[in-house]
Ligand binder design. Structure first.
Ligand SMILES: *Cc1c(COP(=O)(O)O)cnc(C)c1O
Length: 225
């Protein structure tokens, strides 16, 4: 399905006016459609699978900012570390340490978002509030010793439901955690604990009302998967 350029321009402008970054989620979509959007000026794309991301990176312009938004296994970090722009779904301390290790090898700092579990679904990954507290306060892992990761903010996914009040409340929770941890600002945050990634095709408007500044939109741009 060709990309609807009129729709893209409208949503891009809507988000731009609100200072919200648009990540175009291109998982399962072919190279040609990504290029179409790229040629309209889109630079940030999100992918959920390591192999697919590596293939696409190889075949597409190298100034694309690739966001990894899926569940990342530690043993696969090395494949995307050289080129990934932001790893959005960091959901364990172990994964954060592995990303740091790969960053060290490449002599680069890798930007990450911590994924927070805000829905009541068991299948969605992420830290809960207590685990985040532990991560920031832990003695075993001093975040400021991780010189090759930069925690740029938080990411979360609301429940898959038609109950938009429930979705809104989950976003409110994530925003409140974002505010809470922004104030702590440990050294490892570098200069920017500033990104709050929440909202997808079905709920991005609510997410923005609740304070999101990064939305991850797939099907609205590319059609259903
Ligand atoms: C697939 C995916 C999206 C995009 O979903 P749409 O409903 O198609 O907009 C956003 N975030 C994550 C983490 C995803 O896996």
């Amino acid at each position: 399905m060709p990309v609807d350029s009129e729709f893209y321009k409208n949503i891009k402008e809507e988000l731009h006016n609100r200072n919200v970054t648009l990540v175009a989620v291109s998982k399962t979509k072919p190279i040609e459609e990504i290029l179409e959007l790229y040629n309209l000026g889109q630079t940030d794309f999100g992918e959920s699978y390591v192999q697919e991301l590596c293939d696409k990176h190889e075949h597409l312009p190298h100034d694309i900012q690739w966001h990894f938004i899926g569940h990342l296994q530690s043993n696969k970090v090395k494949y995307i570390a050289p080129f990934v722009s932001l790893i959005q779904g960091v959901d364990t301390k172990k994964l954060l340490e592995e990303i740091n290790k790969q960053g060290e090898k490449l002599n680069k700092v890798i930007d990450c978002l911590l994924q927070v579990h805000i829905s009541d679904e068991e299948t969605k990954f992420g830290f809960d509030e207590r685990e985040l507290e532990e991560l920031f306060n832990s003695n075993s892992l001093n975040l400021s010793d991780l010189n090759n990761v930069r925690i740029c903010g938080l990411m979360g996914m609301a429940s898959f439901t038609n109950d938009m009040n429930k979705v809104r409340n989950e976003f409110k929770l994530l925003k409140s955690l974002f505010d809470k941890f922004s104030i702590l600002k440990p050294v490892a945050f570098g200069s920017k604990f500033s990104m709050l990634s929440m909202g997808m095709s079905a709920d991005y408007k609510i997410a923005i009302e609740e304070g999101s500044n990064v939305v991850r939109i797939g099907s609205l741009l590319f059609g259903s998967r």
